[in-house]
Design a protein around this ligand. Structure first.
Ligand SMILES: *[C@@H]1O[C@H](CO)[C@@H](O)[C@H](O)[C@H]1NC(C)=O
Ligand SMILES: *[C@@H]1O[C@H](CO)[C@@H](O)[C@H](O)[C@H]1NC(C)=O
Ligand SMILES: *[C@@H]1O[C@H](CO)[C@@H](O)[C@H](O)[C@H]1NC(C)=O
Ligand SMILES: *[C@@H]1O[C@H](CO)[C@@H](O)[C@H](O)[C@H]1NC(C)=O
Ligand SMILES: *[C@@H]1O[C@H](CO)[C@@H](O)[C@H](O)[C@H]1NC(C)=O
Length: 539
């Protein structure tokens, strides 16, 4: 039950009264909360033609704390409307007894939970209860200080308001035997319906020991352990925020593979410091996820990285969409410096939603990601397209192009590259080029890179001014293709068909509107460039 004080607080803390969405560094076409701290996307659910985005949120501050579920909705994954807080930390603001950590949500259309009433389909969220203090709960269950358990909340008004299921919470009290001692690092339930076995499946993380536990249930309330997974591949930090989902291979109707996504903090991709996201491709039969043989590496730091940049974490999947339309959203920040990025009155944005698919590329089953957007309504008339038979060694000025750009760039591979051999585009540069962010291709290393060493304010963290690389082979016809999304404080790069991605925050001056091409180690042939200028989703 929500009491009247909570209703008052919900109103106070949810209303975006003083955000203008034109503050310095404010993302113009990415979601950010009007004010305060945000981290993981959580409970992503497509229901009744609306995309729900819940998120880890501090209603009382601009750093992590008071963890609650914030809420935003969208009809098109591009325009977002912030909604009242869905789950407010219990006891907020001065006597917190339960925080609502990351989880997931489903529409229980068959009412398996029995939580529906009056013909209303229950939406059911599974979340981690984090209990700061030892206490006995209304269900009679006792929890210890800093315990993490899994609980249920449900909504009977299509996701606007939520009730915690206090008569039984937490529905998963402790990790299974023999891992009970991990009760302070047991979190992030990801739930989905498994049609073949007619059961709900839940994946939870035992973060410190790099294990995922898989559970099944008939009713979302009573859960049985069916298998465990890990440790495999990268284990340089805690494992968190698992997701498990099927994707059709090469768009086919017959061959489906399963993807397990796992957040890692720290221990992210090479060249990054802090958090990152790895994935496994394999098979799942309703109880057990088995990674493909060529997908598990010896040693414990190699991995399939979902994104090779520093600012893509806690990627979460939408429930309620067909497998072929899978969408995932990542938190566009990093635990290394997330709490000190120079933004105000909010901290953190979500990365552009991504459509995920599986394609065979170079003989290997590969996760392919593309921006899932609908920006037609915010594209301005200021479109810029040019082609060059050859761009000579040096730079090619593109003038002042703005700070919110959707860029498509393609060019020929260089057959015999040696030494410094690069081509790409400089964005968010000041007129004197003292500030600039470089995105390009290293022909010799066969990698796409993102260089934010001179990107603007890099002073707040000593690891921030860095260069990041992702492996990328040119297409079979010898062309390198890059799509680059630029916003006031971020750059996202999708290489090739989307098999390599790089996401990074940048904090450039307001005057950093200039763009340039650069070609080093020789000329670059058959260059095609298209730049769409985007306006704000908030105005
Ligand atoms: C939690 O919220 C309270 C009330 O607004 C605030 O005083 C406190 O600073 C917040 N904690 C954090 C860590 O932001
Ligand atoms: C904090 O909340 C708990 C649970 O509602 C209550 O038992 C306790 O008395 C409260 N403490 C204070 C200082 O208000
Ligand atoms: C869901 O199940 C409960 C418990 O059996 C029942 O009271 C309710 O009417 C059902 N709701 C719907 C929409 O079927
Ligand atoms: C799934 O695979 C595991 C491991 O091979 C096996 O033990 C289990 O019985 C299978 N479950 C089903 C439902 O087929
Ligand atoms: C993983 O690598 C780290 C760092 O090299 C090492 O300390 C650790 O023992 C390794 N763990 C396993 C399970 O191999």
């Amino acid at each position: 039950m929500v009491n009247s004080l909570e209703v008052l607080l919900l109103g106070l803390f949810a209303s975006p009264t003083w955000a203008t969405y034109i503050e310095p560094y404010r993302p113009q076409y990415h979601f950010s909360p009007a004010q305060n701290w945000m981290n993981d996307p959580t409970g992503l659910l497509y229901h009744n033609e609306l995309y729900h985005l819940f998120f880890q949120y501090n209603p009382g501050g601009i750093v992590w704390g008071n963890m609650s579920w914030g809420h935003a909705t969208s009809k098109d994954l591009s325009h977002w409307e912030e909604q009242p807080i869905a789950l407010l930390a219990r006891g907020f603001p001065d006597n917190i007894t339960e925080m609502f950590f990351t989880g997931s949500a489903v529409a229980d259309v068959k009412n398996t939970s029995g939580l529906g009433t009056d013909g209303k389909i229950p939406l059911v969220a599974l979340y981690t209860s984090n209990y700061p203090v030892t206490q006995t709960l209304p269900s009679g269950k006792t929890v210890k200080a800093n315990q993490q358990s899994q609980s249920i909340a449900y909504s009977l008004d299509d996701g606007l308001t939520w009730q915690t299921y206090d008569s039984a919470n937490p529905v998963i009290h402790y990790p299974p035997t023999p891992y009970e001692d991990q009760y302070q690092n047991f979190r992030d339930p990801f739930v989905f319906w498994h049609e073949q076995t007619h059961k709900w499946v839940l994946v939870t993380a035992l973060s410190e020991i790099h294990k995922l536990i898989i559970w099944t249930s008939d009713n979302l309330k009573e859960w049985s352990v069916v298998s465990e997974f890990g440790p495999f591949n990268a284990v340089g930090g805690v494992w968190e925020c698992p997701n498990l989902f099927p994707l059709p291979l090469d768009g086919g109707q017959t061959d489906t593979k399963w993807i397990m996504v796992v957040g890692l903090n720290p221990g992210g991709p090479p060249e990054t410091v802090g958090s990152g996201t790895q994935y496994f491709i394999g098979g799942f039969n309703g109880t057990t996820f088995i990674p493909d043989d060529d997908d598990v590496y010896p040693g414990n730091s190699t991995a399939n990285w979902m994104d090779w940049g520093p600012d893509f974490y806690a990627a979460a999947s939408y429930n309620g969409l067909p497998d072929a339309e899978h969408v995932s959203i990542g938190w566009m920040n990093n635990w290394q410096y997330g709490g000190i990025i120079p933004t105000y009155p909010w901290r953190s944005a979500m990365a552009t939603p991504r459509h995920l698919s599986l394609r065979t590329i170079g003989g290997k089953v590969t996760l392919v990601q593309q921006p899932k957007e609908n920006w037609a309504s915010i594209e301005t008339q200021k479109k810029y397209s040019r082609t060059w038979k050859s761009v000579a060694e040096g730079t090619e000025d593109l003038g002042s192009r703005g700070k919110t750009l959707d860029i498509e760039l393609s060019f020929d591979d260089r057959q015999q590259a040696s030494g410094v051999s690069e081509f790409g585009v400089i964005v968010q540069a000041t007129a004197d080029k003292k500030q600039q962010t470089r995105v390009g291709y290293d022909f010799q290393a066969r990698k796409v890179f993102l260089d934010r060493t001179l990107s603007g304010d890099v002073s707040f963290d000593k690891t921030f001014a860095s260069v990041y690389h992702a492996p990328l082979e040119p297409s079979a016809d010898g062309v390198v293709r890059l799509r680059i999304l630029v916003d006031w404080s971020s750059v996202e790069v999708f290489g090739g068909q989307g098999e390599s991605t790089l996401t990074a925050q940048i904090f450039p001056s307001e005057k950093a509107t200039y763009a340039k091409l650069f070609s080093s180690g020789g000329s670059t042939e058959n260059v095609q460039l298209g730049i769409s200028d985007l306006s704000s989703i908030w105005q």
